[in-house]
Design a binder for this molecule. Structure first.
Ligand SMILES: [Zn+2]
Length: 73
């Protein structure tokens, strides 16, 4: 028996594996709250969505174009 511990050149080990970080605070993500690090950050993000703050700047809500002369007098 022999433990094969090859260190291939250019191979990235576990230690160097990229760990995704929380987009809000930069801490390592928690499995249960991906992509966030904790319930706290997950709640913050969710709250933003619910508040409607995640709107694209410059692209406002479409105006009502109901009264646009659609009837004939
Ligand atoms: Zn976080």
């Amino acid at each position: 028996m022999s433990a094969r511990a090859r260190q291939g050149p250019g191979k990235i080990g576990k230690a160097a594996a990229r760990r995704p970080k929380c987009p809000l605070c930069g801490k390592p993500q928690a499995h249960d709250y991906r992509p966030f690090c904790s319930k706290h950050c997950a709640d913050i993000d969710l709250g933003r969505w619910l508040d409607g703050r995640y709107v694209v700047p410059g692209e406002k809500v479409a105006k009502d174009e109901s009264d646009d002369g659609d009837r004939q007098a």
